[in-house]
Design a protein around this ligand. Structure first.
Ligand SMILES: NC(=O)C1=CN([C@@H]2O[C@H](COP(=O)(O)OP(=O)(O)OC[C@H]3O[C@@H](n4cnc5c(N)ncnc54)[C@H](O)[C@@H]3O)[C@@H](O)[C@H]2O)C=CC1
Ligand SMILES: O=C([O-])CC(=O)C(=O)O
Length: 337
């Protein structure tokens, strides 16, 4: 199992790479970034776990070498928010970064599971899908927008109300997209069920939807969530890897291309959104089944979902148009599959 982190020298990239290095399921860990990867790789390589760590920079075809033969690529490359910015404000810079990294994936490891962390996730995942389509290698079951931090926050904030001592033991579907009102936690479908006093529900939903802003504000210009994101990114990557190795019954929400995943069509019909985060059953082929938790949402959650759909559709269209209006990507002959 070869994993690559693209954006490995950053605030998320470094702790995420540490967690991947500590994971015994990984044999090779390639670190790619435009700066500092030789140092980060040298540092991690002294840890006495099986994974062989290598670091690459853009020079000497570094991206190609980092991605070659990868089974899983995790992408936290790009700029983070500062106070006063929305995730969509990051589009201008991060859209091009993700597009170019995905071109590299299409050429060097088109069969890899691709996990996108770079914001705005609502748009960067559609960008990735369009680039992969142009290259003729799009497998919707293997492209994931990482929304696990929203799930992790929901688990944590609910435990703050219920007093649950092991927050991650409660499964809470958080669906939709990954920004503000497009994030919709479905507390009515928590397992085991949770009792949230009515007067606390709105504040709880709002805290999950705007948890990212809480961190951006507290960091006061020094970036956004990095450590909790590394934890969440690793949690999702580890589940994808375990499912790839044949473990059954693994389910975690992720932002996927609904029409391309089994069970996604009916959710697509209800939501009208091509990309949407729902609980996904993972398996060796990737996203094996999208689980419909939308139609069983309660009335309060349905109102939240209405607000989610319109914002999310705009974000998706923006990503798709970015690739459609950009230079058409023609893969080199040797990479046409
Ligand atoms: N999906 C989610 O839940 C979350 C997403 N994020 C997003 O993750 C991204 C990264 O955040 P941080 O790690 O805090 O930022 P950072 O600025 O600390 O790190 C980003 C890294 O990307 C690298 N980079 C820039 N262009 C690159 C390229 N073309 N190829 C390879 N690497 C490149 C930079 O050199 C830097 O090391 C941001 O867009 C942020 O908004 C952050 C938290 C949660
Ligand atoms: O808020 C941000 O910009 C980073 C992020 O996506 C999160 O923490 O959920």
């Amino acid at each position: 199992m070869k994993a690559c982190v693209a954006g490995a020298s950053g605030g998320i990239g470094q702790p995420l790479s540490l967690l991947l290095k500590a994971c015994p399921l990984i044999d090779e860990l390639a670190l790619y970034d435009v700066v500092n990867t030789p140092g980060v790789a040298a540092d991690l390589s002294h840890i006495s776990t099986p994974a062989i760590v290598t670091g690459y920079l853009p020079k000497d075809d570094g991206m190609k070498q980092a991605f070659a033969g990868c089974d899983i690529v995790v992408i936290p490359a790009g700029i983070p928010r500062k106070p006063g910015m929305t995730r969509d404000d990051l589009f201008k810079i991060n859209a091009g970064i993700v597009r170019d990294l995905i071109k590299g994936v299409a050429e060097s490891c088109p069969k890899a599971y691709i996990l996108i962390i770079s914001n705005p996730v609502n748009s960067t995942v559609p960008i990735a899908a369009e680039v992969l389509k142009q290259a003729g290698v799009f497998d919707p079951k293997k492209l994931f927008g990482v929304t696990t931090l929203d799930v992790v926050r929901a688990e944590t904030f609910v435990a703050g109300i219920t007093g649950e001592k092991s927050p991650s033991k409660t499964t809470i579907p958080v669906i939709g997209g990954h920004s503000g009102e497009t994030i919709v936690p479905l507390f009515s479908q928590a397992k085991p069920s949770v009792n949230i006093p009515a007067e606390k529900l709105d504040a709880l939903v709002n805290r999950v939807q705007f948890g990212g802003d809480e961190v951006v504000k507290a960091k006061d210009g020094a970036g956004s969530a990095t450590l909790s994101m590394a934890y969440a990114g690793f949690r999702f990557a580890e589940k994808v890897i375990k499912a790839a190795k044949g473990e059954k019954g693994i389910v975690e929400p992720s932002y996927v291309y609904l029409p391309g995943v089994s069970g996604g069509d009916s959710i697509h019909k209800t939501t009208g959104c091509d990309f949407f985060s729902v609980p996904i059953e993972l398996g060796p082929s990737g996203a094996e089944k999208a689980i419909d938790v939308v139609s069983s949402a309660n009335e309060h959650e349905k109102k939240l979902l209405e607000a989610c759909y319109s914002g999310l559709k705009g974000n998706i269209t923006k990503g798709v148009e970015f690739v459609a209006n950009g230079p058409k990507y023609v893969p080199a002959p040797q990479h046409r599959l």
